[in-house]
Design a protein around this ligand. Structure first.
Ligand code: AMP
Length: 181
């Protein structure tokens, strides 16, 4: 079995969670396997470790909460700092907020106003790219704070929901794609 097959095998489908009709991608079996987890982090970081123009990253932003699990080790691999993108009301200092729509209604995410600087190139990390509404809201926040979005890195892309169509010209990298062309 290849490393990628091992990673796929450790992503568990849980049907009808959190609602009927949703197939939840449960990453906890992957997290409990140290070699496969490390391989997944390596794969998420690799596209951003090249000298290719446009791939420079000066900060990683992880989306609460599973984006923290992947974002922190990716930031460490890239030797850059980490910015938590949090749900409303969780950050202690001056924050900026972005509203967006999820499948089940409106939501709000926030970052500290001083989390990024003009000139920063920020990689946005999450576990799953589904509709990409959350990722786009995070990108809007990073832009509002004056930094540039370098791209997105996800462990899992739900291709059948076409998240890339929402993310336009941004660079998008995912380790495993379920469904889609
Ligand atoms: P979206 O904004 O639709 O791309 O949803 C992305 C966010 O919702 C991510 O933070 C994921 O953790 C979570 N998510 C959406 N769909 C799923 C799914 N099928 N399985 C696990 N997590 C999901």
């Amino acid at each position: 079995m290849t490393g990628m097959d091992v990673i796929c095998d450790l992503i568990r489908d849980v049907e009808d969670f959190p609602e009927p009709g949703i197939v939840f991608k449960d990453i906890t079996p992957l997290l409990s396997d140290p070699e496969a987890f490390a391989a997944a982090i390596d794969a998420m970081a690799a596209p951003w470790l090249t000298a290719e123009p446009g791939r420079e990253v000066t900060k990683v932003a992880g989306i609460e909460s599973r984006g923290f699990i992947f974002g922190v080790p990716v930031a460490q691999r890239l030797s850059v700092g980490f910015v938590p993108v949090r749900k409303q009301g969780k950050l202690p200092f001056d924050s900026i907020a972005q509203d967006y729509n999820r499948e089940y209604g409106p939501d709000t995410i926030e970052i500290h106003a001083d989390a990024v600087d003009v000139g920063d190139r920020v990689l946005i990390v999450d576990d799953v790219l589904a509709t990409a509404g959350t990722a786009l809201a995070a990108a809007t926040l990073i832009g509002a704070a004056g930094a540039t979005v370098a791209g997105f890195s996800a462990l899992i892309e739900l291709g059948f929901l076409a998240p890339r169509s929402l993310l336009g010209d941004f660079a998008v990298e995912s380790v495993v794609v379920f469904g889609g062309d």
